[in-house]
Write a protein that binds this ligand. Structure first.
Ligand SMILES: [Zn+2]
Length: 403
């Protein structure tokens, strides 16, 4: 456990905001520092270390079957601004530690194992997010690299070039399906379920699907004193039934469906004017796309009953649910029992690289507890004992998948 703790603490030093949480953006000197540390550790574990053309670090352990499909394990080491030291890093440290144990136990796998560390998962610098896994699955083109810019107007292509990578080669990062056997990712839960159920580890069954809609209600701005109640076109009155019922609709849909109004804006926003325009977003997530549709349909039905105002709805985002590989889920469950860990089958309410990798291979995800369910903040914490258990579980499955 000392090694894991040391990795986490060493990595936490590559941080542009040491006074407030961890900030490590992609293609920066903090990325460089963490990158050198990770590569060094991989070399010490006897891996063949290289970087793909999307700047993902890969440490390869050769298998008996030369050129066989690889079992991949890893996560990301970029961070949000002022985030915590475990998000992503926990999964990278998992890969480092498993590589060391393979060496110590002198395990010669039949299939190659690739230990990986990715960047720009959070999209904190260029906003896209899931960059490395998207590149690996062929979704990042040369044009994409010119499209996304950071706050200083620097494109991904320019940042890559400055960092020593050739943007013209980005498509070489794409992996053919035949070259990957499976992808495993350990991540902190970033929610309160494991702590509340006192489980040691979470086994993810689905990464939820997500739909975000933006609703705009247009009424008329009238004087709040001189316009009788019966003669108003109050946009807030029209929006209110939806706002009041969204949580109920999510509960009614069941299957762990959640729905959130995160943005709510009133115009013109004056105490003495009837609101003429209300804009709000609804973020709906579920493992079952039918539940997402059910919530959405109920919202649209309510809005359609409204006659005094004009209503517009726009779909801002849609990603279908991703099911984790049943065999891997079953294996993880079995190893949990053998190791004597208390497990919790669960959904991932957040997106992860594993979700993208599911396009080309079988994926599995392990969650470890987050203290107070907190994440993306300086208070983010996972006990090292808990991380250790998650790593032991990931180790068993890595050995299993590669034999
Ligand atoms: Zn993460």
């Amino acid at each position: 456990m000392e090694r894991i703790k040391n990795d986490i603490l060493q990595l936490s030093k590559f941080n542009s905001t040491p006074e407030k949480g961890l900030t490590r953006l992609s293609f920066t000197k903090e990325d460089r520092g963490a990158r050198e540390y990770i590569k060094e550790q991989m070399k010490e574990a006897g891996l063949l270390v290289y970087e793909d053309s999307a700047a993902t670090i890969l440490g390869k352990l050769q298998g008996e079957i030369e050129g066989g499909p690889a079992v991949m394990i890893g996560s990301h080491y970029d961070s949000v601004r002022n985030g915590g030291i475990f998000d992503g890093n926990a999964g990278v440290v998992t890969a480092l530690e498993i590589a060391r144990v393979f060496k110590e136990n002198n395990i010669k796998p039949k299939y190659p194992v690739e230990f990986i560390a990715m960047i720009e998962e959070e999209g904190s610098r260029f906003r896209g997010g899931l960059f490395a896994s998207r590149a690996m699955t062929g979704k990042v083109t040369r044009q994409t690299l010119d499209k996304y810019v950071d706050n200083d107007g620097i494109t991904i292509a320019e940042a890559m070039k400055d960092f020593g990578f050739d943007p013209d080669k980005i498509e070489q990062a794409t992996r053919k399906k035949e070259t990957v056997k499976a992808f495993l990712e350990l991540h902190i839960e970033q929610g309160p379920i494991l702590e509340n159920t006192k489980a040691d580890v979470g086994i993810v069954e689905y990464i939820v699907g997500i739909e975000e809609i933006e609703v705009t209600v247009i009424g008329r701005p009238d004087h709040a004193g001189t316009t009788p109640m019966t003669m108003r076109k109050n946009a807030l009155d029209a929006a209110a039934p939806v706002i009041a019922n969204v949580s109920k609709f999510a509960l009614e849909a069941g299957e762990g469906t959640v729905a959130t109004i995160g943005i709510l804006e009133l115009e013109p926003g004056a105490a003495n004017i009837v609101p003429s325009k209300v804009t709000f977003t609804v973020d709906i997530r579920s493992r079952n796309v039918e539940c997402i549709n059910e919530v959405k349909d109920k919202i649209i039905n309510l809005l359609n009953k409204e006659t005094s105002c004009e209503i517009q709805t726009v779909q801002k985002l849609f990603a279908p649910p991703v099911k984790m590989d049943e065999q891997i889920v079953g294996d993880l469950s079995k190893y949990c029992d053998e190791l004597g860990f208390k497990k919790q089958m669960m959904l991932s309410g957040a997106g992860h690289d594993a979700m993208v990798m599911a396009d080309i291979t079988r994926v599995g995800m392990i969650f470890v507890p987050s203290r107070g369910g907190r994440s993306h903040c300086p208070e983010e914490w996972t006990e090292f004992e808990d991380l250790q258990k998650g790593i032991e579980l990931a180790y068993c499955e890595t050995v299993n998948l590669s034999k």
